[in-house]
Design a protein around this ligand. Structure first.
Ligand code: NAD
Ligand code: WQD
Length: 331
């Protein structure tokens, strides 16, 4: 198939491009490179010995997208492109609503004009907010605590409404838990902009000596050791989850959690990283971070039963692969 991958130069998109190319698909990436670099495309080509077709274009500009669809017979779209910093979205809500919502609307509109009926969307566990755990797809969504989360919940609603009006559409909404790790080649991985917000890139930068000490945000949660518990998932498992979702697309809107179903605390992740890489991480316990949940992990049976997909890589793989990429990353 010819798959258009929006945001394919980014962290999750680039790993998914690798999986798609390895499955024999042709990949057309559209990315404005606002949070990524063209070099990633070269690296995807190097890993797979294939060639991605690349367009530097902004999805908020519909005419540009139209031109791309007119040049290629697109069979399906995987829509990763979006801004993703929770904190920045609180400071700049308009930037987030505009970028994330207008991009989704433009892409869906162009798909409709060109009769492209297969659509996979990057959503997030953040849409569950402070709901019960494990998070199960049938839960009614509560309002999230930040504009980023709202753009995901809104995009999900937009896709549901458009699908109700067009029964030919097949949409898969994938709610990712906490993606970490990198491709085993060490060539592609997560490159945060500035000081990382997320735990794993923060840990790898401490390990590299770029940051002096890790701050553990709170040890008084009602969890096994008092620190926050999350469902970390290897980015290559996530990438393979997209291929499974694409292969299983059926008419209507279908929502799947992509996680491992297992929770790991901050202290457990630090210990696993230290053991896996024989490195000591210096850390201190500080105040809780505003807006954080005590725990979040996925109920994963729906993805297994309907997509035949299950995460295969464990925490040790995640820690080793994340560190290999950080070591190779010259910045
Ligand atoms: P990323 O920032 O690495 O990748 C997103 C890509 O989209 C970037 O290359 C960026 O340049 C591009 N982009 C942004 N706005 C664009 C626009 N208007 N037009 C064209 N390109 C644009 O992020 P990621 O971690 O790979 O996340 C991919 C998707 O998954 C996002 O939608 C994100 O919200 C979602 N998600 C991420 C996580 C996570 O923890 N990384 C968790 C859940 C969901
Ligand atoms: C994990 C755990 C922190 C950093 C975020 C977004 C979510 C999704 C994934 C996009 C928590 C603790 C963290 C640090 C720490 N993204 N921590 N010190 O908050 O679960 O999810 O990324 O959709 O929407 O909110 O991930 O990696 O920031 O935090 O102690 O320096 O690590 O308190 O318990 P989070 P995270």
């Amino acid at each position: 198939m010819n798959i258009l991958v929006s945001g394919g130069a980014g962290y999750i998109g680039s790993h998914t491009c690798v999986s798609l190319l390895e499955e024999g698909h042709q990949v057309i990436v559209v990315d404005n490179l606002s949070n990524s670099k063209y070099e990633v495309i070269d690296r995807i080509n190097k890993i797979t010995n294939r060639n991605v077709i690349f367009y530097k274009a902004d999805l908020t500009e519909k005419d540009l997208i139209d031109v791309i669809f007119s040049k290629h017979a697109i069979d399906a779209v995987i829509h990763f492109a979006g801004l993703k910093s929770v904190g920045e979205s609180v400071e700049k809500p308009l930037k987030y609503y505009h970028n994330n919502i207008v991009s989704t609307l433009n892409l869906v509109r162009v798909c409709q004009n060109y009769g492209v009926n297969k659509f996979v969307f990057s959503s997030s566990a953040t849409v569950y907010g402070n709901n019960q755990v494990p998070s199960v797809e049938t839960l009614n969504l509560l309002p999230t605590t930040n504009p980023y989360g709202e753009t995901k919940a809104m995009s999900e609603r937009i896709l549901k409404d458009i699908s109700s009006a067009n029964p030919e559409l097949s949409v898969s909404i994938l709610r990712y838990f906490n993606p970490v790790g990198a491709h085993t080649s060490g060539l592609i991985g997560e490159v945060p902009n500035g000081i990382p917000n997320n735990l794993m890139p923060y840990m790898t930068q401490v390990a590299k000596g770029k940051i002096e000490k890790l701050k553990v945000f709170g040890n008084d949660y009602l969890t096994s050791d008092g620190t926050g518990v999350r469902d970390y998932i290897h980015v290559m498992d996530l990438a393979e989850g997209h291929v499974a979702a694409l292969n299983s697309l059926t008419k209507g809107v279908h929502i799947y959690n992509l996680g491992t179903g297992r929770g790991t605390s901050v202290l457990e992740l630090i210990e696993a990283f230290e053991k896996a890489n024989s490195i000591k991480l210096s850390y201190e316990i500080v105040e809780r971070r505003a807006g954080d949940l005590a725990e979040s992990y996925a109920e994963t049976s729906k993805a297994f039963e309907e997509l035949g997909w299950v995460a295969k890589r464990d925490i040790v793989d995640m820690c080793k692969d994340a560190w290999r990429f950080e070591k190779n990353n010259l910045e």
